[in-house]
Design a protein around this ligand. Structure first.
Ligand SMILES: [Fe+2]
Ligand SMILES: [Fe+2]
Length: 274
């Protein structure tokens, strides 16, 4: 079972450059071309948010157009740059949110022997991660339904501290989230938002973030670090379930990166739903 985990496309529907530097349409086309060329076909593709840069409708249309020809199941959760209403309207089958936690787009995919638990941590207008009590109750119930099953828990915001100060904002209700995971050590936590691969152990679970399909955040472990990006090689994670193990591979998207940077994150807004 091969699950491709892509994150942080930051697409603009107006053809402009994201953060005044990044041609994210080109990044998407490069990624889609690479995925089409894979000899070992994945079983599903998971997108962990920041699909659009400012939640614009055309961006979601571009994403659908690029990934539909793969003829693979695609599952998505929103990030802080997304709009749930537009994801629901344009990417509907990719984010079939459980009505029990509406408007959050949380749902479970039973994919053969494995489970994909998709958790929405976005709150409109906010940059940081959110975990309201209704979602906590939902997650607790979902994880208890199949204890010990090989489970990937996908969400945009990492709940753990990364050491990149500007990105380490408080995660709402984090003690509650930690307690839920401590009771479910079979879960692997798979996040986006950080635009670079990080692996840690948190709340008794293996936890990680995916590199971005677009720009990578500059590796800066100072208190102010995380507020700039660099045009490094884009990438994604491949979670491979085989012989009772999840092996996670950090994969590169073939391209000719300029390595320009560091560039500041400016010229983009976090959208608020109408
Ligand atoms: Fe992002
Ligand atoms: Fe983000």
């Amino acid at each position: 079972m091969r699950i491709l985990h892509l994150s942080d496309f930051h697409l603009r529907g107006d053809g402009g450059l994201s953060f005044r530097v990044v041609d994210t349409r080109e990044c998407l086309e490069t990624a889609a071309k690479h995925l089409r060329s894979l000899e070992q076909r994945p079983d599903a593709v998971v997108l962990t948010g920041d699909l659009a840069d400012s939640g614009d409708a055309k961006a979601y249309g571009m994403l659908r157009e690029a990934l539909e020809p793969l003829h693979l199941p695609v599952y998505a959760v929103p990030g802080n740059h997304d709009r749930r209403d537009r994801m629901r309207d344009i990417l509907g089958p990719w984010c079939p949110g459980d009505p029990a936690v509406a408007p959050c787009l949380c749902y479970v995919v039973e994919e053969g022997p494995v489970r994909l638990v998709m958790l929405d941590t976005m709150q409109p207008g906010s940059h940081s991660g959110h975990f309201p009590e209704a979602v906590a109750v939902w997650l607790e119930r979902v994880l208890a339904a199949r204890p010990g099953a090989p489970t990937l828990l996908f969400m945009h915001h990492p709940p753990f501290v990364t050491g990149m100060g500007a990105m380490d904002e408080p995660f709402e209700n984090v003690e509650r989230f930690e307690a839920i995971l401590r009771a479910a050590p079979w879960v692997r936590l798979c996040c986006g938002h950080m635009h670079r691969p990080i692996v840690t152990q948190w709340a008794g679970c293996l936890a990680m973030t995916a590199p971005a399909v677009s720009m990578q955040i500059e590796l800066d472990l100072s208190p102010e670090g995380g507020d700039c990006f660099r045009m490094e090689t884009p990438g994604y994670l491949l979670h491979h379930w085989e012989g009772g193990l999840w092996n996670t591979h950090v994969c590169q998207i073939p391209s000719v990166p300029s390595f320009s940077g560091p560039h500041p994150f400016v010229g983009s807004v976090n959208p608020v739903e109408a």
